[in-house]
Write a new protein. Structure first.
Length: 137
């Protein structure tokens, strides 16, 4: 199945974007209600949302591990949903004239999980726009 890919130029430094992607407080500002990340290969990567938060409308959690990181350019993690689906998330930060381009690739969806893949596609587009808005302030 085709990966989910989104790319967006964010008017911020690579270091500011890196912090938003690799710290618990940074992730909680734009992506989830609560986060835990150990930014080392093999480190913990956990995100949680409560049902009363605006995103998403139901409680859920994602767990995984840091597979690769190259500060401030690249972060790869496993993305394990509570329902048993495990995929891979890659975030790449490339300098641009207006800040930095962030390219998000969510891959590894097995055949037959079109609804999950489509939900990730919609969610990641909105999430990257929130990241841009948070860092542009």
């Amino acid at each position: 199945m085709a990966p989910v890919i989104h790319s967006l130029v964010i008017p911020a430094t690579r270091d500011a974007i890196w912090e938003a992607l690799t710290t618990a407080s940074g992730l909680a500002r734009w992506l989830c209600g609560d986060a835990r990340i150990e930014p080392v290969v093999g480190g913990v990567f956990e995100l949680a949302w409560d049902a009363d938060e605006p995103r998403p409308a139901v409680s859920r959690a994602v767990r995984g591990t840091v597979r690769f990181l190259d500060r401030p350019r690249l972060l790869e993690v496993t993305w394990a949903e509570e329902e048993g689906l495990t995929t891979e998330l890659r975030l790449e930060i490339v300098p641009s004239l207006d800040g930095a381009a962030v390219t998000l690739t969510h891959d590894g969806f097995p055949p037959g999980v079109n609804r999950a893949r489509d939900a990730c596609d919609r969610g990641w587009g909105a999430a990257l726009r929130r990241l841009r808005d948070v860092l542009a302030r």
